[in-house]
Design a protein around this ligand. Structure first.
Ligand SMILES: O[C@H]1[C@H](O)[C@@H](O)[C@H](O)[C@@H](O)[C@H]1O
Ligand SMILES: [Fe+2]
Ligand SMILES: [Fe+2]
Length: 357
């Protein structure tokens, strides 16, 4: 029924010799309901889509096409490569990244590092370290003061970088900031992720490199073949402990990574520091800090049977982060003084002024 037929019927109805009430009721019927039935077949139900671009959700600006994960932190839509980052093919030494067998000046140092690491990281050793460093009684300082301490630190496990660690922190943070400008928590996560390397310094007990850096792996269950230089586990006593050397070992399937004892180093230490000092960073940030060296999981896909649902969600962020951690390593220096005010503002937002270490 078209609007014309409708108004015509309305006119006829008004001319009928019946009471004014019936006329009014008919008019209402024809005017409002008939056109609705008439158009019923053509009707499409439209639900308005809120335009989230530029809108703040829990203090975070949204970009279009973003999903919101737990805690209100937006999950960016990724392209096939997991973000806009253009990963270089070769490192500063002209080799491909994380090639642990390539002949280079660093290869021997790195392999010797993993030999010692694999012999000495045991279930008992880690338990002792977590207890000792969990006390956070070494010193008090701000996040930025800690960044500056890393000026002194060079990581012997890394085949791709021999620059002081503060360079690496800023390179990672600046690279991720460029691609994810609105996720400020991710910029700060990048800045702090390796701060735990201060364990190498005298005021932190001057731990040997094998107890601070390098890839991490679980203790209390079998050492997966994907772990770099796996062969050196033959001299680790846990290899021969029947409670520890099976796929699940002391764990249950799906128990969640937080219940898994990881090899001791800068990841777990910095996680403890951030958590115990009451950071307001989201759980994905703490997950990144804690497991960023767990290449057997996030690169090789080993140990996934130990993850729970929350781990699986957080792993998506870790995999985004990892690209920047790895491929931003270069000899190009960041102008520290120029970017410092920005990072100081983030530190102020997510951390107390002084932290216990
Ligand atoms: O050599 C590197 C370096 O120590 C990194 O900081 C760590 O996160 C990596 O996993 C490791 O392989
Ligand atoms: Fe690291
Ligand atoms: Fe790193």
């Amino acid at each position: 029924m078209t609007p014309n037929t409708c108004s015509c019927l309305h006119r006829i109805a008004t001319k009928l010799p019946v009471s004014i009430h019936i006329t009014k009721l008919l008019s209402i019927f024809f005017l409002f309901f008939v056109p609705i039935f008439d158009n019923f077949e053509k009707m499409t139900i439209l639900i308005e889509q809120p335009d989230l671009a530029g809108v703040e959700v829990e203090g975070k600006k949204m970009e279009t096409n973003e999903l919101v994960l737990d805690g209100g932190f937006p999950m960016p839509k990724l392209d096939a490569h997991g973000g806009g980052f253009d990963a270089p093919e070769i490192n500063a030494f002209g080799q491909s990244f994380r090639d642990y067998n390539a002949e280079s000046e660093r290869q021997k140092t790195v392999e010797e590092f993993y030999r010692l690491n694999h012999i000495n990281q045991s279930f008992d050793f880690v338990k002792k370290m977590r207890e000792k460093y969990g006390k956070l009684d070494k010193t008090e300082m701000s996040i930025w003061e800690c960044c500056e301490l890393l000026n002194e630190v060079v990581d012997e496990s890394d085949p791709d970088l021999d620059e002081p660690q503060i360079e690496h922190l800023l390179q990672t943070a600046e690279a991720i900031r460029k691609d994810y400008p609105h996720q400020d928590w991710l910029h700060l996560t990048a800045l702090i992720h390796d701060l735990g390397k201060v364990l190498l310094l005298p005021s932190f007990g001057e731990l040997p490199q094998w107890a601070v850096v390098g890839d991490t792996f679980p203790l209390g269950c079998a050492f997966d073949q994907s772990i770099v230089h796996h062969k050196y586990f033959k001299d680790n006593s846990d290899t021969y402990n029947s409670s520890y050397n099976t796929k699940n070992g002391v764990y249950e399937q799906g128990c969640g990574l937080e219940n898994v004892v990881m090899s001791w180093g800068h990841d777990d230490y910095m996680y403890l520091v951030a958590k115990e000092n009451g950071t307001t960073l989201p759980s994905a940030a703490l997950f990144i800090v804690r497991y960023h060296s767990f290449y057997p999981l996030h690169k090789a896909g080993a140990y996934t049977h130990l993850m729970n649902e929350e781990d699986k969600e957080n792993l998506k962020w870790l995999q985004i982060f990892n690209k920047y951690d790895l491929y931003s390593k270069s000899k190009v220096r960041v102008d520290v003084e120029k970017v410092k005010p920005y990072y100081l503002s983030l530190i102020d937002k997510y951390f107390p002024a002084k932290l216990k270490w």
